[in-house]
Design a protein around this ligand. Structure first.
Ligand code: KG4
Ligand code: ZN
Length: 415
C-alpha cells in the first residue's frame, strides 16, 4: 500500500532519476539528518514513525566557552574534524548501513556559513557516493516541527514560538513548508543576550555554573532569588502594537545594573556580585513578560483572522531557550486564558541536534516536498525567512490587549 503510494507520488512529482526510483523498492523509510548550522555536530537516523534508530551529537560548547563566544573558523574546523565520526556513530547505533537509507536530510539554512558548508558538503558527498536523494532543511522549521515527532496529536496549522541563541520568532506552521511570520526580533535573540550576560556576571567562576550554557546559568541563579522585584526592569516594546521582540534594551538595562552593583559592593575583578540571584530573576521575569505580551497579541490576531481552528489550538515552544523552566510558566498562563495547549519538546530536542533535522526530512519525504536529486542546485544561506511576512498585516490590525498578569513564576509569593 505504502509502496504504491510512494511510487505514485514520485511519478507525479516527475523525479525521474533512476536512483530515486530505486528507493521505492525499500519497504521502510530511513532518513538520516545532519546538523552543523552553529556549534553542534549532530546526526540521527529515524524511521517513518519518528522512532530514533541511532543518533550522535558532538557539542563544541566547552571549546567556545573558553573563547567567550563562538568563533566561526573554530566551529568550522571542529565540524570538519568530527562530522565523519558523528555520522558513523549514528549509523552504527542504528544497526543500518548507509546503503539502507532512503534519503539524507541536511541543514542548509539559516546559520553560520562556514559551519553550514561542512554539513552540506558531507551530506552531498554521501548522496553522491551512495546515490541517495538530498533533503535540504531550514533549521528553524526543523525546530518548529520537532514537537510533531513525539506528540502525534499536533496537526497543522499551529502556533510556534522559537526562542534560541540565534533567533526569536512567532509563526504559524501551515504545513511542512509554509509558515506565516507574525513577529521576529528586531535586534538580538534571548539566548545570545543571556550568554553575554552570564559571561559579564562571571558566573563561570562559580563551580556550579562552570559547565552550563549562559541561559541555563541565569536560570539556576534566578531560582535562588529571594526578591525578583529588587531591580526595576522596563519591559521592551510595550507600546508597539505588533508581535516583534527586542532584547538589546534589556541587555543595556542589566549591564548598567551590574556596573552599579559592582561599584556599590566593591567586587574584585573575578568576583560575582552578591545580588546576582535577584538580578537574574528580575531579568528572566521581564523576558517572560515580554514574550507573553507578544504571544498574547498573536493569539488575539489569530482569533480575529480565524487562522487556527478554535477546537485545536496548540502553541509549540522550541529552541534552546525553551529548555528554561521559568519562562514557560508565564507562557502557560497566556495559553490557559486563550485555550491553547502548550507543547515543549524534551530539552534534548529543544537545543540543536540531528534528530530534528531527520524528522523534518521524514515529514518532507512523506509529502515529497523539497526532496532534491540535483545536488548542484543546493546551496547554503546565512539568513533565510521562515515564511510569509504577516507583520504589517498584524500592525494594521492595531490590537490592544489587556495583559494577562504573569505572577509567581519563580514559585515565590513576592511576585
Ligand atoms: O537552539 P540552540 O541550541 O542553538 C541555536 O540555534 O541558537 O540554543 C542555544 C541557546 C543558548 O543561547 C543557551 O544559552 C540557551 O539556548 N539555553 C537556555 C537554556 N538552555 C540553553 N536559555 C535559557 N534557559 C535554559 N535552561
Ligand atoms: Zn537552533
Amino acid at each position: 500500500m505504502y509502496l504504491n503510494k510512494c511510487k505514485k507520488i514520485i511519478a507525479s512529482k516527475c523525479i525521474r532519476s533512476k536512483n530515486i526510483l530505486n528507493i521505492c523498492h525499500y519497504r521502510n523509510v530511513f532518513i538520516m539528518g545532519i546538523e552543523t548550522s552553529c556549534d553542534d555536530t549532530g546526526c540521527a537516523i529515524l524511521n517513518e514513525n519518528g522512532d530514533i534508530l541511532g543518533e550522535s551529537l558532538d557539542s563544541q560548547h566547552f571549546v567556545h566557552l573558553k573563547h567567550g563566544g563562538i568563533i566561526p573558523p573554530i566551529a568550522r574546523d571542529l565540524h570538519r574534524n568530527n562530522i565523519e565520526n558523528v555520522v558513523n556513530q549514528a549509523i552504527t547505533r542504528s544497526g543500518l548501513k548507509i546503503e539502507d537509507l532512503t534519503a539524507i536530510a541536511t541543514t542548509v539554512e539559516p546559520g553560520l556559513p562556514m559551519s553550514l558548508l561542512i554539513g552540506m558538503k558531507y551530506g552531498k558527498y554521501l548522496c553522491r557516493v551512495y546515490k541517495k536523494p538530498f533533503i535540504p532543511i531550514h533549521h528553524m522549521k526543523a525546530h518548529a516541527l520537532t514537537a510533531r515527532m513525539f506528540d502525534k496529536s499536533i496537526e497543522y496549522p499551529f502556533l510556534v514560538l522559537l526562542v534560541s541563541g540565534g533567533h526569536c520568532l512567532l509563526a504559524i506552521a501551515e504545513n511542512v513548508e509554509d509558515f506565516l511570520l507574525l513577529g521576529k526580533s528586531i535586534d538580538n535573540s534571548p539566548g545570545e543576550i543571556m550568554d553575554k550576560i552570564a559571561r559579564r556576571l562571571k558566573l563561570r567562576n562559580l563551580i556550579e555554573y562552570t559547565a552550563l550554557s549562559g541561559g541555563r546559568a541565569m536560570e539556576l541563579a534566578a531560582s535562588k532569588a529571594d526578591n525578583p522585584l529588587q531591580f526595576n526592569y522596563i519591559i521592551p516594546l510595550l507600546h508597539q502594537k505588533n508581535c516583534n521582540f527586542s532584547f538589546a534594551g534589556l541587555h543595556n538595562q542589566i549591564s548598567r545594573m551590574i556596573e552599579s552593583e559592582e561599584k556599590i559592593h566593591k567586587v574584585d575583578p573575578d568576583e560575582v556580585i552578591p545580588s546576582v540571584h535577584n538580578l537574574c530573576a528580575g531579568f528572566l521575569l521581564t523576558i517572560t513578560r515580554h514574550l507573553c505580551h507578544r504571544v498574547q497579541r498573536a493569539m488575539e490576531f489569530i482569533e480575529l483572522k480565524n487562522l487556527i481552528p478554535p477546537e485545536r489550538r496548540i502553541l509549540v515552544m522550541s529552541g534552546g531557550v525553551a529548555c528554561n523552566n521559568i519562562i514557560p510558566k508565564g507562557i502557560q498562563m497566556v495559553c490557559d486564558e486563550y485555550g491553547y495547549k502548550l507543547v515543549r519538546p524534551p530539552p534534548k530536542l529543544c537545543t540543536d541536534n540531528g534528530v530534528m533535522i531527520a524528522w523534518n526530512g521524514v515529514e518532507r519525504w512523506k509529502s515529497q516536498v523539497g526532496v532534491c536529486s540535483d545536488l548542484e542546485k543546493i546551496t547554503i544561506k546565512k539568513s533565510s525567512p521562515i515564511g510569509k511576512d504577516m507583520i504589517e498585516d498584524l500592525e494594521k490590525a492595531n490590537i490592544s490587549c489587556k495583559w494577562i498578569k504573569v505572577t509567581n513564576i519563580m514559585n515565590l509569593s513576592t511576585i
